[in-house]
Design a protein around this ligand. Structure first.
Ligand code: ADP
Ligand code: ADP
Ligand code: ZN
Length: 214
């Protein structure tokens, strides 16, 4: 099963993608996590990506596509994957479509986690992220068992540099301009499914599994 998660920054794509990955035993692939891992390790890719991430802008398509295609070519992706944060532009979606069609394969679902902008800013300021395993928590809505510590791997949780309010506003603008057109792109391909992302995390997940198992 190959799944794409769509939605604004902070809509809950990552949270749901991780639950899907655990349930269906497929890898959760987040381009944001890959970039953050590289920033943390000070690689050349990380230094390049950071220039854009800190401003809330998108990393250029060429670089992003190369990273993503390398990742999905790995062995563990043979039975499927859930993409979180990719594609984010029409050109990225077109390259993915072309590559996947060439190997005689297809994306099964594009799931749009729909959350209005008003809810987003509040979610982002409360988000705490684990830079080791990519898990995210929320200080009010989804608190970790122990404050400041990742439930999944035990490492420290941080407020991401790009989750400050000014940067979030910029990211939302970028989302509406560059990423939202993907909703129409996947609607035309007849694989778009929308879920109400304002519900509790477990209710959003139930809506998603209902789609995947229909
Ligand atoms: P969120 O989970 O809040 O939506 P991500 O972790 O997916 O954020 O992305 C963080 C940042 O990494 C983005 O603001 C952007 O700079 C960069 N990034 C991640 N995925 C992509 C992508 N597919 N194309 C371009 N830039 C990306
Ligand atoms: P995205 O990957 O789309 O940027 P995340 O999965 O990181 O979004 O979620 C953004 C923030 O909102 C995190 O702090 C997360 O814990 C929290 N969150 C995720 N899903 C829900 C939900 N259904 N209700 C309330 N908060 C949520
Ligand atoms: Zn962790």
């Amino acid at each position: 099963m190959k799944i794409i998660m769509l939605g604004a920054p902070g809509a809950g794509k990552g949270t749901q993608a991780q639950m899907i990955a655990d349930q269906y035993k497929i890898p959760h692939i987040s381009t944001g996590d890959i970039f953050r891992e590289n920033v943390k390790n000070g690689t050349e890719l990380g230094m390049e990506a950071k220039k854009y991430m800190d401003k809330g802008e998108l990393v250029p398509d060429e670089l992003t596509v190369r990273i993503l295609l390398d990742r999905v070519a790995k062995d563990d992706c043979r039975n499927g994957y859930v993409l979180d944060g990719f594609p984010r532009t029409i050109p990225q979606a077109e390259v993915l479509d072309k590559e996947i069609t060439e190997i005689g394969d297809k994306i099964d679902y594009a799931i749009d986690v729909d959350v209005p902008d008003e809810n987003i800013i509040r979610r982002m300021s409360g988000r705490r992220a684990c830079l080791s395993c990519g898990s995210t928590f929320h200080v009010e809505h989804i608190p970790p068992k122990q404050e400041g510590i990742c439930d999944r791997c035990g490492k420290e949780l941080v407020l991401r540099d790009d989750d400050r309010e000014e940067t979030v506003k910029n990211r939302l603008g970028v989302y509406h301009e560059q990423t939202q057109p993907l909703i129409e792109f996947y609607t035309k391909k007849n694989i778009l499914k929308t879920v109400d992302g304002t519900q509790d995390m477990q209710d959003v997940f139930a809506a998603i599994t209902a789609i995947l198992e229909s």
